[in-house]
Every structure is written in C-alpha cells, then in structure tokens.
Design a protein around this ligand. Structure first.
Ligand code: IPE
Ligand code: IPE
Ligand code: MG
Length: 252
C-alpha cells in the first residue's frame, strides 16, 4: 500500500474494537484478546510515529466499559499498567508525548500513578502526542464542558451569549491537540460508540472488519491511503468544481 508523504492526516483517532471476538474465535477468554490487542497498540504507535503523524488518539477504555464484568475490567487495568511500564523507554526514546483524556479519577491508583508518571516524564517531547482515551465518553466530555461553562457564567466570567462552538471546543480536552482528521474503527461495527463526538464533526471515517489484535502497519497504511483519496469540504464549495454559469448568474 502506497501513501503520500504529504497530505497525511495530522490527527488520527482509532476505535480499537474486536479483542473479545478475536479471543472467542480461538476459544480463549476475552482478556487473551486484550493482551494481543496491546501488541497491536505497540505496532501502531511505532508506525504512526515513523510516518510523522502529529497526534494519535487511541480509544482504549470507554466510560461505558466500566459496566463490563469485573474480571474483564481488572484484566484491562492490569494490561494498562503493563503497557505504561513496558513501553516507557520506547515512548521516551522516540520523542512521544503521552497524554490521556477521560474521567481519569475513576482509574485504579496503580494505573493513575503509572499514567501520571509517564505524562510528566514525556511532557516536553515533541515527536507525536499519543493520547489514551481512558474511562472516556464523548457525551460525558461535552457534559463536563457544559458544566464548566455554566459555572463560569454564574461567576460572571463569561457572557452566556459568548458561548459558541469554538468556546465549547476549547473546553474539550480531547481537542487539545486539534480535531481528528481521520477516525478508524476496527472490528466491523459501523458506529462511533461515544468516541470524540464533538471533534468527529468533519473527521473522515474509515471502517475495517479487521479485528484489533490483527491490525498491522499495512492496515494503517490502507486507512491513510483511503483518507488521501477523499475530498474534504467542511461544508464549503470546492472552487474548481463551481460551475461558471452559476457564478455569472449570481453576480449578474
Ligand atoms: C475492544 O474490544 C476493547 C475494549 C472495548 C476495551 P472489545 O472487548 O469490545 O471486543 P469485542 O467488540 O467484544 O470483540
Ligand atoms: C468502543 O468499543 C470502546 C473501545 C474500543 C474502547 P465497544 O465494544 O465498547 O463499543 P460497542 O459496545 O460495540 O458500541
Ligand atoms: Mg467491542
């Protein structure tokens, strides 16, 4: 798969889905799928960094995922700690800045400590921002922003009339490093499942049946190649497509 060095998506978001089905196909417990999925995370982070993607946001655990069986949730939390400890050198050595978005206060202390430490150690890195969406929900994030804005209005710090789309965006941590240009979902489902709702407004969407643990460098190239064939319009008219007759009629 060939991709252009120019016209790379600046910010890529990935809904890493299909771990459970990957395990079920092999008659293994779901957590075996999550473990294999963590290897796919390593592969994808490495190749995204090599390509020059500026921001990569990985949906690792949703706000709704807390309601899964307790043993699955704890297996996921353990894997997270393993990832954060095991990838420390790789992340720091490659100039990657690690960040996280979501309701991080709900994370177990062990996860929180490993996360905060790597965030602190990598804070000055400028290679690529890797954001883990953890305990993250797009609706919850928007609701929290609404609450913060309401509090500011009550304190008289902002005028309610001044609240516009840009001000809301400025209160969303998931958009701190820009809107996602490309959102990839693995595992075959064609839905957003509460990922980056606000920022997804004009993102290009790419769905693949590949289960997350099977996702390779080539699959990321295929997603980016698809992105590069698209014409982003953001609700505007692309100038060279405008019909001359219509333009002259309007100006007449
Ligand atoms: C994605 O895989 C990982 C998380 C949501 C944490 P799933 O666990 O949702 O796998 P499927 O969709 O059941 O196959
Ligand atoms: C989305 O996958 C969440 C993550 C990938 C972390 P889910 O498996 O939780 O979403 P649904 O249930 O298929 O919508
Ligand atoms: Mg799933």
């Amino acid at each position: 798969m060939l991709i252009e060095a120019r016209n790379l998506p600046r910010h890529v978001g990935i809904i890493m889905d299909g771990n459970g089905r990957w395990a079920a196909l092999r008659g293994e417990p779901r957590k075996a799928g999550h473990r294999e999925g963590s290897h796919a995370v390593r592969r994808v982070v490495r190749v995204a960094r090599r390509l020059g993607v500026e921001a990569l946001t990985l949906y690792a655990f949703s706000f709704q995922n807390w309601d899964r069986p307790a043993d699955e949730v704890s297996a996921l939390m353990e894997l997270l700690v393993e990832y954060l400890v095991g990838e420390r050198e790789e992340i720091l050595g490659n100039g990657i800045r690690l960040e996280a978005v979501g309701d991080l206060d709900r994370l177990p202390p062990l996860v929180r400590t490993a996360l905060d430490e790597l965030r602190r150690l990598s804070a000055d890195n400028r290679g690529m921002v890797l954001t883990l969406a953890l305990s993250y929900g797009g609706r919850e994030e928007i609701a929290r922003a609404a609450r913060v804005l309401a509090e500011k209005a009550v304190r008289g710090e902002i005028e309610p009339a001044a609240i516009d789309a840009d001000m809301v965006a400025a209160h969303l941590p998931s958009l701190r490093f820009g809107e996602p240009d490309l959102i990839v979902r693995t595992g075959g489902e064609k839905r957003i499942s509460n990922f980056l709702l606000y920022g997804a407004a004009y993102a290009e969407l790419y769905f693949t049946d590949r289960l997350w643990p099977d996702f390779t460098e080539e699959d990321l190239f295929a997603a980016i190649a698809s992105y590069q064939k698209r014409e982003r319009r953001f609700g505007l008219v692309v100038p060279e497509r405008r019909e001359p007759a219509k333009v002259s009629r309007r100006s007449a």
